[in-house]
Design a protein around this ligand. Structure first.
Ligand SMILES: Nc1ncnc2c1ncn2[C@@H]1O[C@H](COP(=O)(O)OP(=O)(O)OP(=O)(O)O)[C@@H](O)[C@H]1O
Ligand SMILES: O=P(O)(O)OC[C@H]1O[C@](O)(CO)[C@@H](O)[C@@H]1O
Ligand SMILES: [Mg+2]
Length: 462
């Protein structure tokens, strides 16, 4: 569903090359009674709001920033561009009238509490907003429980805590009940923090709010420990998760080298994308083979996993195997009812690829090398890598995302998300984000680099 309108007032045909500026929905497109105010930051002694401070409508961030001057590789025109995030000169909310709601949905991710904290502190300190509420336990919290009032004192140390103090959940998305609650509780700013499913829900909420012509702005802040949301550089918490994954890989390596024919097997999160496994493999250098959902693999025969591990064990006496949770799901035997299983949000429920691999490895060794010593140590750090507080880099990132979201919503934008594009904070239409996936590109340099670091097979059957 298309949610954008042309509103920038920028004549893109005058720019040096045709640019496809991703326009943002704005409250003034469907609410006629809105008044503008000078940005309260003008009176903030900590900010110098003279020339150049405010971001204008013509400030954009390009999605593609590399260009082949030889022309060998055609640059896809028009170039996609997004409005740059940041404070605007004029705001469309008077701080005393703002009633903000913040909700976290889906699985955990390092940094959730930081985003909540910085939304509260940013609204309070930057714009003087005093009515800020937390919706508890995900989308269902809008109609299921009373909101909790938030203030800077209450959230002061939340950035040091893993998880989400507001609680989260899957499922429970009831569009009418949610929008009725937003209306009845008189919220006019809604901050939605969540992954791909959450963003699809946020698009529906925005569209319904617009249909009802409510003076309510909706902003998303994409969250996904798997890094499976497209367009943005990476999602917050991802780097922290990779760092935690290192610890598991190091332990697996120690176990493997300390055994005769030892295999260290680590399963990492990554339902449909293998980014955590890939980045952890590249930064660890202890990994002999990395299995991700984007690449099919097989166990037996020429070019298979067992043949490769046999060679590694003969050469080095040990091997470390990293597998993303979504890898190999097609080759794990399952019952018909297991094939149908879905979680409350409708995501397929996976079988444990780590447990299955461990068992297959043991069977293979007993069959091929009866009587010889062999050990598989399986480490499943699943929740340990996401249930921690964000590291320093992610904390800073969360803060800037939260502040970007606040500046955008105060400027009257709605139906958008705040995200990092090529190192710059930008505003992206919600429906673009909700449909943008981010699979590992197995044809690019990064995956070639994994192959060259591990020397693992390409698993192409000859
Ligand atoms: N297509 C959709 N339309 C409306 N709501 C949705 C949709 N998909 C998911 N949701 C709702 O969004 C919330 C979160 O979805 P989900 O559990 O898939 O997690 P997510 O946001 O994708 O995060 P992650 O996968 O990173 O844990 C749930 O409340 C779910 O009901
Ligand atoms: O057990 P839960 O909370 O449903 O979450 C597990 C899923 O959440 C994620 O962390 C994020 O989508 C996936 O990697 C994983 O499959
Ligand atoms: Mg998801």
């Amino acid at each position: 569903m298309a949610i954008s309108n042309s509103n920038s007032g920028v004549d893109t045909s005058k720019l040096f090359n045709p640019i496809n500026l991703k326009e943002l929905p704005h409250l003034t497109h469907y609410v006629s009674t809105i008044q503008t105010h000078q940005n309260p930051l003008d009176h903030d002694p900590y900010f110098h709001t003279d020339q150049g401070f405010y971001v204008s409508q013509s400030d954009v961030v390009l999605r593609q920033i590399t260009y082949d001057l030889s022309g060998t590789f055609a640059t896809p025109f028009p170039l996609s561009a997004y409005h740059r995030a940041g404070p605007r000169n004029q705001v469309f909310f008077h701080p005393s009238e703002v009633r903000a709601a913040i909700v976290t949905c889906g699985g955990l991710c390092p940094g959730l509490n930081t985003v909540i904290r910085e939304l509260v502190v940013g609204l309070w300190d930057l714009y003087g907003v005093r009515q800020i509420f937390g919706i508890t336990a995900g989308y269902r919290g809008f109609y299921w429980r009373e909101p909790v009032e938030l203030n800077p004192k209450l959230v002061d140390d939340w950035h040091k805590r893993g998880g989400t103090v507001l609680e989260t959940s899957r499922g429970g998305f009831d569009l009418n009940k949610i929008v009725d609650a937003i209306e009845n509780l008189r919220f006019n700013q809604v901050y939605i923090i969540g992954g791909d499913g959450t963003m699809r829900g946020a698009v529906k909420i925005f569209v319904e709010i617009r249909r009802r012509k409510l003076n309510v702005a909706v902003v998303g802040i994409p969250k996904t420990v798997d890094n499976d949301v497209g367009i943005i550089d990476r999602s917050f918490g991802f780097q922290t998760a990779v760092e935690m994954a290192q610890q598991a890989i190091s332990a697996a390596h120690v176990e493997a080298v300390s055994a005769v024919n030892g295999i260290g097997l680590v399963k990492l999160m990554g339902r449909s994308t293998g980014h955590i496994a890939l980045y952890a493999t590249l930064s660890s250098r202890d990994v002999d083979c990395c299995l991700i959902p984007e690449i099919d693999f097989f166990l037996e025969g020429k070019g298979g996993l067992f043949e490769f591990l046999d060679k590694r064990l003969k050469a080095n006496g040990h091997a470390v195997l990293v597998v993303a949770e979504g890898a190999g799901q097609d080759i794990i035997p399952r019952t018909d009812s297991q094939k149908q299983e879905k979680d409350e949000s409708g995501n397929p429920v996976f079988l444990d690829v780590g447990v299955w691999l461990k068992s297959e490895l043991n069977k293979w060794w007993a069959r091929e090398h009866p009587g010889e010593l062999f050990t598989v140590k399986y480490i499943d750090p699943t929740y340990m890598i996401r249930a921690v507080a964000a590291n320093a880099t992610d904390n800073l990132y969360c803060t800037l995302l939260a502040h970007s979201a606040i500046h955008g919503i105060m400027a009257g934008y709605t139906g958008f998300v705040a995200g990092l594009i090529n190192g710059n904070y930008a505003y992206i239409p919600l429906d673009d984000i909700a449909s943008a996936k981010n699979p590992v590109n197995t044809k690019d340099h990064k995956w070639s680099w994994v192959r060259s670091v591990t020397n693992q097979p390409d698993f192409e059957k000859s």
